[in-house]
Design a protein around this ligand. Sequence first.
Ligand code: NAD
Ligand code: TYD
Length: 356
Amino acid sequence: MILVTGGAGFIGGNFVLDWLAQSNEPIVNLDKLTYAGNLETLAGLQGDARHIFVQGDIGDKTLVAELLQTHRPRAVVNFAAESHVDRSIHGPEDFILTNVVGTFRLLETVRHYWLSLGDEDKAAFRLLHVSTDEVYGSLAPDAAAFTEDHVYEPNSPYSASKAASDHLVRAWHHTYGLPVLTTNCSNNYGPYHFPEKLIPLMIVNALAGKPLPVYGDGMQIRDWLYVQDHCSAIRTVLDKGRLGETYNVGGWNEQPNIEIVRLICRLLDELRPRADGLSYATQITHVTDRPGHDRRYAIDARKIERELGWKPAETFETGIRKTVAWYLAHPDWVANVQSGSYRDWVSHHYGASVAA
Ligand code: NAD
Ligand code: TYD
């Protein structure tokens, strides 16, 4: 049994689906179901006894302690976070509450549980904290990609709150011996991605005939990784990672935003041409830049490859094609997210089986 937090979000949801597709080890999934939590992503697991969903906050020490005592997981994987940079600029408080205070409380609750375990279980226990490359700040165009030793220079309220959580995780290992692992991953894309982030927003807006808002000159660079590759990296680190270590995870795939948007337009032109015969690229609009916008992220993922043998399976060409095809094949998922009705999923489809 493992405990996953934030398992109704984009990456956590993909992780839960992947995990249960590959193993019979059950998952307790603790998620607060903020706007970003979508149980419809996990609809295929309804009635599956290997998935126990619990609605709740990682900062709720009583609830988390109860879950740990009841289910006695061998590991905790912490995905739960506020994750959208633009939201963090408009309203940073939730980022501090969940990413900093929530992580702190989770660490404390997990530490007390870990201390109560017998020697064998204690030695085998792991807490894996899922973090981001954004903690390292922005790279100059010709600078080397981020290694695990890169200085922390977060620039947005989001990245600062994630940096703070990484520091807490590190300190709980050094001070209390808590057996932790941290992954710092680059931008993910793939199925079930909430359409406030670049790639799903562009697909969904294009299909709806809306403008495709590119911030500033669109030359900001991100290093995109297919979400299932991130999931396999997390499984690998959980399995084989050295205690207290951090592992950078990336796709060796740096792309300027404008190129990503143009590629999405080309794929849609091919797979779902506009009725008027024009390219979706005509919908591209340059809008005011994000304040403090980081120009470039790039991950050096050699450590995880060298030490643990992990490499991404997907190329960007195959991954982005799969992603566009997934959005075209799942209009209901998109419509429910856009109308907000995905938020009714809990009461409609889970009813009393969801502990709150
Ligand atoms: P997301 O916003 O899609 O999902 C976050 C999930 O956490 C949601 O289901 C939400 O309901 C839940 N949550 C939020 N606050 C909570 C709380 N206090 N208690 C319990 N659950 C809570 O985010 P994501 O894109 O899936 O990211 C998951 C993790 O991976 C985050 O920690 C993020 O920082 C990290 N990360 C994301 C990316 C990316 O490109 N999306 C890249 C690297 C790292
Ligand atoms: P985003 O998906 O929000 O991820 P992050 O900010 O965590 O990297 O944005 C990815 C890049 O795309 C980032 O440089 C901002 C840019 N962007 C746009 O140009 N337009 C948009 O509408 C969005 C949401 C993002």
